[in-house]
Write a protein that binds this ligand. Structure first.
Ligand SMILES: Cc1ncc(C[n+]2csc(CCOP(=O)(O)OP(=O)(O)O)c2C)c(N)n1
Ligand SMILES: [Mg+2]
Length: 337
């Protein structure tokens, strides 16, 4: 293949450090833009870091290389973490993260493949990513290409009937070059998955559709990478990786809460989140030199010394506040104990 794999030999320790930076910068970016869906973004971070920095065969300098691996974030509402990951991987300038959801930006609240290099499909309307990825995999198989097609779904998205048409079709076409990751964070917009639309026995459903099934801790980079590798080895069956995750993972007040699907962070939330993430960095893992070189850290640009975001408010978005600045849900939507 002409494309180059991710920066080689990023250790698990590096990936842990990188994931923390992605969380930090995603929070800062969303705060500056007064944007929600942070819980959704945070459950995907360790998977995105593993994919883009240790697995996918992509080259940011040649984003349309016909032999590249494809990744589709079907749960497009969680795109803030994808944008930060793509920027850190070199698909577009890190500086551009400051334009998130501004008028005329290439970084809207749901990602568009027409705008930004590295975004393979325009998503946001849930239920379509798997079928798009299956179509890409089918084309690759017919053309004798070696690339893989990888897609990430959310668990609430699996309520869509179209997902199961894709599941049925992919097995029928023996798409061994297709990997589907489900971000199984157990929460959807206004409630817990088990209360809104139970998915269990989830793994058995995929098995019944003749998929190769693995379950992992979606915050354990080692497990994620091992599962991605095992999926690659499947010749005839499409693979699903059911990733058990925590919505809002990494910031204590967001973790496993329904509220943080839509809530937008205040200055105080920003201060607390950055403090927690930084404390985690000092307390747990030291960054290696390689990670530092890879990260193109935007944090210094986006945060002033008192911990506040330096992203300018977005005046042009004021008339559309309801789209990106959802009111905080009333108490009935508070998570149940
Ligand atoms: C077809 C469609 N219907 C409804 C929505 C509105 N919507 C946005 S996110 C979401 C569900 C969020 O829960 P989940 O799918 O589990 O995603 P998570 O944020 O937990 O990863 C819904 C219904 C949508 N984007 N697309
Ligand atoms: Mg969910």
């Amino acid at each position: 293949m002409s494309v180059t794999a991710s920066p080689s030999a990023l250790s698990i320790k590096d990936l842990v450090a990188l994931s923390r930076q992605i969380r930090r910068d995603t929070f800062i970016m969303a705060h500056g833009a007064k944007s929600g869906h942070l819980g959704s973004a945070f459950s995907t971070v360790d998977i995105l870091a593993s994919l883009y920095f240790a697995h996918l065969d992509v080259d940011p300098q040649h984003p349309h290389d016909p032999d590249r691996d494809r990744f589709i974030l079907s749960k497009g509402h969680g795109c803030s973490a994808l944008y930060v990951t793509l920027a850190k991987r070199g698909f577009f300038p890190v500086e551009e993260l400051k334009t998130f959801v501004q008028e005329g930006s290439r970084l809207p609240g749901h990602p568009s493949s027409q705008m930004l290099p590295g975004v393979e499909a325009s998503t946001g309307s849930l239920g379509h990513g798997l079928s798009i990825a299956a179509g890409i995999a089918l084309a690759g198989k017919r053309d004798g290409k070696k690339y893989r097609s990888v897609v990430m779904l959310s668990d609430g998205e699996c309520d869509e009937g179209s997902v199961w048409e894709g599941v049925l079709s992919a097995a029928n076409w023996k798409l061994g070059n297709l990997t589907c990751i489900v971000d199984y964070n157990k929460i959807q917009s206004f409630g817990r998955v088990s209360e809104v639309m139970e998915l269990e026995p989830f793994a058995d459903k995929w098995k019944a559709f003749r998929w190769h099934v693995q379950e992992v801790n979606g915050h354990d980079h080692k497990e994620i990478l091992a599962a991605l590798k095992e999926a690659d080895a499947e010749a005839e069956r499409p693979s699903v990786i059911i990733a058990h995750t925590v919505k809002g993972k990494g910031v204590s007040f967001m973790e496993n809460t329904v509220d943080w699907h839509y809530w937008t962070p205040t200055d105080e939330h920003l201060r607390q989140a950055v403090e927690e993430i930084d404390a985690d960095e000092e307390g747990q893992t030291r960054e290696t030199k390689q990670t530092k070189e890879t990260r193109n850290d935007i944090s210094q640009d986006l945060v002033t010394s008192d911990g506040h975001s330096s992203i300018a408010p977005v005046p042009s978005f004021a008339p559309h506040q309801s789209r990106n600045n959802h009111p905080q849900p009333p108490s009935p939507f508070r998570p149940r104990a």
